[in-house]
Design a protein around this ligand. Sequence first.
Ligand code: AMP
Length: 191
Amino acid sequence: MRLILLGPPGAGKGTQALRLVAKYGLVQLSTGDMLRAAVKAGTPIGRKVKDIMEHGGLCPDDIVVSIVAERIEQPDARKGFILDGFPRTIPQAVALDRMLERNGRRVEVVVPLNVPEDALAERVRRRAPEGRPDDTPDAFVKRMHVYRTETAPVLDYYRSKGTCIAEVDGVGGVDTVTERIADALKAGQAS
Ligand code: AMP
């Protein structure tokens, strides 16, 4: 299964991706995790994106696309994967389609995790002590704006292509949301 988890900052994409990894034996590909690792290791890419990430902006498409292109060719990603935090722009979605098409693959299902904005702000506030530099109020406002303007249209892109969209209510306990995702995936496969 090749699945995309789509959602605003604080919607629970990372948490749910880990659950789905355990449940379905897929690999999780989180561009946020990969970029944070690059920043920590001080690689040339890391040095380029550090400031952008701290302020809640989007890293350049070419950097993110090349990271994903390399990662999805690894043997463990051949069976299937969950993309968490990618694609975040339409050019990224188009690039992903192209790289998958080269091997006769495609995105099978997109799971939008729906959480209202006030609940998101509260979750991010609670997460702040975990030390993510982009969980400050200013960076959150910026990430929300970027989500609305750049990332939300990605859902319309997949909709217009006829990709299976499995909408999920992301408000509730972690287990409840995981169950909703599993149900939505079952329903999606049946239709
Ligand atoms: P995340 O952990 O998914 O919230 O990502 C944290 C930060 O990494 C984002 O706010 C962006 O600065 C950067 N980032 C992660 N994924 C992408 C992407 N697909 N495109 C551009 N920037 C990204």
